[in-house]
Ligand binder design. Structure first.
Ligand SMILES: C[S@@+](CC[C@H](N)C(=O)[O-])C[C@H]1O[C@@H](n2cnc3c(N)ncnc32)[C@H](O)[C@@H]1O
Length: 162
């Protein structure tokens, strides 16, 4: 079976190159971006402004070819791709929880962006803690690297935490 999606818009961010980017929204505090939604989907934004945070699902349009074993940005050890957030995955779909700033027509201003400028947007969903706050969470190999994601960038450099 082949599944084909059309982007619903484009995500604009300050990050023009894959080098030196935040690795996750927690490392992108203060990075502002905006969504340019295709006009045909504007009616779907009704009531979105009641939510403070949004999940964005998007296509990693500059991802390298998929690998099943990857060494993620945060670690020196390889892991199965499905135990990571690495972009080079069989279906290169990214997911980021961002803060909603404002909705104006087809423009949605957002904060804490960790995707490349020009990333094709596949879907927007409101974050509802009541739906998804998990209990007794384990975080596998990431647990040993606690806090590193806030300061590490995609080229391995570290920036000072704010
Ligand atoms: C580790 S991924 C995490 C993205 C998302 N928060 C997730 O968990 O799916 C973030 C990294 O993916 C890379 N990236 C971001 N946007 C991309 C794009 N459009 N195409 C390819 N790689 C991208 C950048 O190197 C960035 O630092």
């Amino acid at each position: 079976m082949t599944v084909t999606y059309q982007p619903i818009g484009i995500i604009h961010t300050p990050f023009k190159s894959l080098e030196g980017m935040p690795i996750q929204p927690t490392g992108a505090q203060g990075a502002s971006g905006w969504i340019e939604l295709d006009a045909q989907y504007q009616d779907g934004l009704q009531d979105l402004d009641g939510f403070s945070h949004l999940y964005l699902l998007y296509h990693f349009h500059q991802a390298s070819p998929a690998k099943l074993i990857v060494t993620p940005f945060l670690d020196k050890q390889p892991h199965g791709v499905f135990a990571t957030r690495a972009p080079a995955r069989p279906n290169p779909i990214g997911m980021s929880l961002v803060e909603l700033v404002r909705v104006e027509g087809c423009r949605i201003d957002i904060k804490h962006v960790d995707m490349l400028d020009g990333t094709p947007l596949l879907d927007i969903k409101p974050y509802v803690s009541e739906f998804e706050a998990a209990q007794n969470v384990r975080t596998g190999w990431v647990e040993a690297l606690s806090g590193q994601v806030r300061s590490q960038r995609s080229d391995g450099r570290f920036v000072r935490k704010k």
